[in-house]
Design a protein around this ligand. Structure first.
Ligand code: PMP
Length: 310
């Protein structure tokens, strides 16, 4: 596994474990994944100090514990214990590049229905994942023919592995049809989110994004950008239902999420967004997010858990 070469240690149910020993029996593949929930967290290297900055660790762990609770599993670890686990794990792996931390909780089960056990087993691992924030990545997106999940069906607010089948349908279809990413609509035809990211529009200098009751994951990046936009960029932000044709008439649009970070959407369904290239507000948001996440901008220190060089 080339991408995990530098990250040889996994945290599994209370202790650091060598990568090759962190195994689960093959018969658990289906049953364990049905009830599983996870998180994705980035750790950015500050090029001045070479320290690793885990970004918004507590917010991700809070959402992780909420997801575990909502699938009715019991977690043996508190948020401070999980925070210590992540810090211990990142230290043990000594990342010298940008990394991605993946906490995962599952219950052992013999069946695809209710888990046999309600005890959440927690495993956390780290992989390398370079930031694309300072690259010229853009997205040509499409509105998906698939509909986003709903709260009373498979709640998008819960970061459950099973929800990602809906994401997979949409992402695969978009790629097959020559697009970079999909945008899913709610059953009511309002804009929800991408398969693994939220999205924002800019119209008349204002940031507009679907509200948290629009069939989205309550994204930490979304919340971060809204706060930065208000406080650092002095922009108005509006959270509300968004129509499909607002996508086509926006001046700017961008995807946001821990994995995708901030990627400008330059077309939707082959309609150019604005001038068909990254807009000024999107670029300002990218720069501000980059500098804060890496700790180059020292504000919002509470968002960064700094792992120094030993
Ligand atoms: N929506 C979905 C479906 C996601 O998987 C993600 C990635 N976690 C996001 C939105 C963005 O969430 P966050 O900013 O917390 O990473």
């Amino acid at each position: 596994m080339a991408e995990t070469l530098n990250f040889s240690t996994v945290w599994w149910d209370g202790k650091l474990t060598a990568w090759e020993n962190a195994t689960l029996h093959v018969t658990q593949i289906g049953p364990a994944s049905v009830s599983s929930v996870f998180e994705g967290i980035r750790a950015y290297i500050n090029p001045n100090s070479n320290e690793s900055n885990i970004f918004r660790l507590d917010a991700h762990l809070k959402r992780f514990l909420q997801s575990i609770r909502l699938v009715r599993l019991q977690c043996a670890y508190t948020l401070p214990e999980l925070r210590d686990a992540v810090v211990e794990l990142v230290r043990a792996n000594k990342p010298e590049a940008d990394a991605y931390i993946r906490p995962f909780a599952y219950a052992e089960s013999r069946t695809f229905g209710a888990a046999t056990s309600t005890r959440a087993q927690v495993v956390i691992h780290v992989t390398a994942w370079e930031s694309k924030l300072k690259t010229d990545a853009v997205s040509h997106a499409c509105v998906s023919s698939w509909t986003r999940l709903t709260d009373n069906q498979m709640a998008p607010r819960v970061k459950a592995s099973a929800n990602y089948l809906n994401s997979r349908y949409a992402a695969e279809e978009a790629k097959r049809n020559g697009y970079d990413h999909a945008i899913l609509l709610t059953p009511q035809g309002k804009v929800a989110e991408g398969p693994g990211m939220c999205l924002m529009l800019v119209r008349d200098g204002k940031i507009i994004t679907p509200s948290v009751t629009s069939g989205i994951l309550e994204s930490i990046t979304r919340e971060t950008i809204l706060q930065i936009a208000r406080e650092k960029l002095a922009l108005s932000v509006v959270e509300r239902a968004v129509d499909r044709t607002e996508l086509y008439t926006a001046d700017e649009a961008f995807f946001c999420g821990t994995g995708i970070e901030i990627v400008p959407i330059v077309s939707v369904d082959r309609f150019d967004i604005g001038a068909g290239k990254p807009g000024a507000i999107t670029q300002r948001a990218q720069t501000a997010y980059h500098d804060i996440a890496r700790g180059l901008d020292e504000s919002y220190a509470e968002w960064r858990t700094v792992i120094g060089k030993q």
